[in-house]
Design a protein around this ligand. Structure first.
Ligand code: ADP
Ligand code: MG
Length: 729
């Protein structure tokens, strides 16, 4: 873009007015889930015996026969067509980013030369999208199998635009998962079973344990015109160049600040559309960085919450464009200011209450609370490296380890009170914990104070913090599918609970009274999982050393962190919980390394282009102007005066030369490094080469480009600057 054009675009951005959003006349409670085939609508559109069968399928996992599916499809079609739907799609979450969909019209030949609208049970339940273009990590070629998508009745279908969207899992014919949803459902099933078994020690009536997820989605908004003028933002989602703005977040004036009018209009529009699709949006506010915002819904059952997050990310991008914005979900769109994450608030609930909720009125409730806390910590301790692997990516790597958001070491914050309770339990001698009878026993801990519930911590440096009735997994990236983190966490907790139960049952078999056995194993585990507990400053250098001493995983290189999926520990855990087999883990890792490589490869290409074709020519042009000026001074002044007056320009000419020659040389080095890396066969080794030899060169060169930005005539600079992009008016 020419400089003149740049000023036009910046000028336009400042003149923009909010898009009018028509407010619905109904209240949110009235239009909530307007486009969702809810149970209420099922009841209305399905024959009552079919409705009952569907409830059994959704609540108890009963199998769906084709006759029922046909009847359900007929009802769905009637409902969807009333809303103007003409197409259906199986909506799934392949191992690329985002979601995938292929639309089919309802139309079918009627046999008499005309058309009828048709939608069968078979179409609803299973389809074969041409899966060959989705990443499979070699699973399909190895097993020569095709992929199919299958309806997930636990997540309701919905209408978006003219399309009936059917949430599905995506699997190879041989059964291996090719998506996020299939393993997520397995992990949720595993934790349900394991947690129900343990919860029954305390409350025999527990039938089911549900995992909840409440995500908090951070994002940036930038003006569409400015976005279009930055090839790096356009192609990679982040700025690869750009000097910091004089003012950015140092005044702390953005966080919770009043929201600009244009942004409020966007948020309102987004919320209405999200609520209509059944996403229970609740909170919105400015985040710490300029132009950064957050949206959080009320928490939901995890499978549904994941679908809703994927849907929301889709909506955000669409609605933003209507308002002349682009929504950036990249974890680090701008250097030097905070990036975006997606806190995952996680908890377990039974049909009788929240398991991580403290405190109970009785000692039994307290022991239940401590048991689930400690076994969660056991899972996080045992699989801290894996949990990190579940949230790393080429893009999230910019947040982790930078002095913001969570560090690249997983630890858990518990807060003073919970720490005291655990310490007390650990240190008490057995005779301080007497057991009178099954009903009446003493934990040896003082009643856990009521205040614990409200003691939500503000230690923002902890990647996995206990916040009253839930854990908050804060290391998840803004752009990520939450399922990745939720698969690892829930499977790990399931394993910890299975293991816990085995040890308790063994003691009971030896004649120990049940609750005493529970208490003994809990005390054992409080000691064992201690290394994961850390309430201090997660950003400090000292913590890095201390964490290594404690045996926590301190690896920060993304391709190496991904290795944790193939640790013996992880393979065993995923096998035991039935979530992944080894072949699946290996295949998925191939995809992860490949994705990492491609991300850096694309960045490096764009970066080289920006440097050589946008920056260097402009720097050279400005330098020529300066040289011209030096010559002209010589024409009108005597040699000494001209020399004196040219000093500053001569120094600038020299600086520009130094920077441009550094840039030219090292962009060539970048190209060479890529060439070497591209020849490597193994996906893992190639990703490591990209991490070690390609990515760092971009950082080094960027420094020089950003210096040039400070020197060169603003009028010539070809790219919108941070100060222009980052302050919506
Ligand atoms: P904060 O910024 O203080 O963490 P927010 O209100 O932004 O708080 O987000 C809190 C998130 O946690 C919301 O999505 C909320 O629904 C969710 N949440 C609250 N209680 C639970 C719970 N028991 N289990 C899971 N998520 C929860
Ligand atoms: Mg939070």
């Amino acid at each position: 873009m020419s400089a003149t054009l740049r000023f036009q675009v910046v000028g336009e951005a400042f003149k923009k007015h909010p898009v009018e959003v028509s407010s619905p006349t109904e209240r949110p409670s009235e239009f909530f889930a307007k486009y969702v085939f809810t149970r209420q609508k099922m009841k209305h559109y399905l024959p009552s015996d079919i409705y009952q069968k569907m409830i059994d399928v959704m609540d108890n996992g009963a199998t769906l026969d084709l006759k029922t599916a046909d009847a359900v499809a007929a009802g769905m079609k009637r409902w969807a067509m009333e809303l103007g739907a003409t197409h259906i799609t199986h909506w799934f979450q392949p191992l690329t980013e985002g979601t995938a969909e292929k639309h089919d019209g309802f139309v079918e030949h009627d046999g008499q030369g005309g058309m009828v609208e048709e939608f069968t049970g078979k179409q609803l339940v299973q389809q074969e999208p041409d899966a060959s273009s989705f990443p499979s990590g070699g699973i399909r070629s190895t097993f020569e199998a095709r992929g199919y998508s299958a309806w997930d009745p636990a997540s309701p279908v919905f209408v978006m635009g003219d399309t009936l969207m059917i949430p599905t899992v995506f699997i190879a014919y041989t059964g291996e998962a090719l998506d996020y949803k299939a393993p997520l459902k397995k992990a949720l099933h595993a934790v349900d079973k394991a947690a129900t078994d343990v919860a029954r020690y305390f409350y025999p009536n527990v039938k089911k344990v549900i995992t909840n997820l409440g995500w908090e989605q951070e994002y940036f908004l930038v003006d569409e015109g400015l976005y279009a003028a930055r090839p790096d933002l356009l192609m990679t989602g982040r700025t690869l160049l750009g000097h910091q703005s004089a003012k950015n977040q140092q005044m702390d004036d953005h966080y919770f600040g009043s929201i600009p009018e244009r942004v409020v209009a966007f948020m309102k529009d987004l919320e209405i559309q999200a609520l209509e699709l059944g996403i229970p949006c609740k909170t919105r506010h400015n985040e710490a960085a300029p132009n950064q915002f957050e949206l959080a819904p009320i928490f939901e059952e995890t499978n549904l919450a994941v679908d809703h997050n994927m849907l929301l990310m889709l909506l955000m991008k669409r609605v933003a464009r209507k308002h002349g914005f682009r929504c950036l979900l990249h974890e680090k769109p701008f250097a030097g200011i905070n990036g975006s994450g997606k806190h995952n608030n996680w908890s377990l609930t039974t049909n009788t209450g929240i398991l991580l909720h403290a405190p109970g009125k009785t000692q039994l409730d307290n022991l239940r609370f401590i048991t689930f806390i400690v076994e969660t910590l056991m899972a996080v301790w045992k699989h801290n490296g894996l949990l990190k692997a579940s949230i790393v990516s080429a893009t999230n790597a910019h947040r982790l380890g930078g002095n913001e958001a969570p560090p690249a070491i997983i630890s858990s914050f518990l807060g003073r009170q919970l720490t005291d309770v655990l310490e007390h339990m650990e240190q008490a001698t057995d005779d301080q914990i007497p057991f009178a009878s099954k009903q009446e026993f003493n934990l040896g801990v003082p009643q856990i104070p009521e205040i614990l519930i409200d003691n939500t911590d503000r230690n923002r440096t902890s990647p996995f913090a206990f916040t009253g009735n839930r854990f908050e997994f804060r290391a998840v990236g803004a752009e990520a599918n939450c399922a990745s983190a939720m698969i690892a966490l829930n499977a790990a907790v399931a394993e910890a609970l299975i293991d816990f139960k085995a040890r308790v049952d063994a003691r009971v078999a030896d004649g120990t009274e049940l609750l005493k056995a529970v208490l003994m194993v809990v005390r054992e585990d409080i000691k064992a999982c201690k290394p994961i507990h850390f309430d201090g400053n997660g950003y400090s250098e000292e913590w890095k050393r201390e964490a290594a001493r404690r045996g926590l995983d301190v690896e920060a290189s993304c391709p190496l962190v991904i290795d944790r999926y193939l640790d013996k520990n992880s393979i065993e855990m995923f096998a035991k919980t039935g979530v992944f087999n080894r072949a699946e883990l290996e295949a998925r890792n191939e995809i992860k390394w490949d994705t990492y490589t491609k991300k850096i490869q694309i960045e490096a290409r764009i970066f080289g282009d920006l440097c050589l074709n946008h920056i260097i020519p402009v720097a050279t042009r400005y330098q020529s102007q300066l040289i011209d000026n030096v010559h002209k001074l010589k024409e009108i002044f005597d040699a000494d005066t001209a020399q004196h007056l040219s000093q500053d320009n001569l120094s600038l000419i020299k600086q520009i030369s130094e920077h441009t020659s550094y840039i030219t040389t090292h962009v060539q080095r970048l190209i060479d490094a890529r060439r070497v890396a591209n020849r490597i066969e193994s996906e893992r080794e190639k990703a490591i080469a990209y991490h070690d030899t390609v990515a760092p060169i971009m950082e080094e060169v960027r420094y020089h480009v950003d210096k040039l930005e400070l020197i060169i005539d603003d009028e010539l600079w070809p790219l919108p600057k941070y100060r222009e992009i980052l302050f919506i008016r």
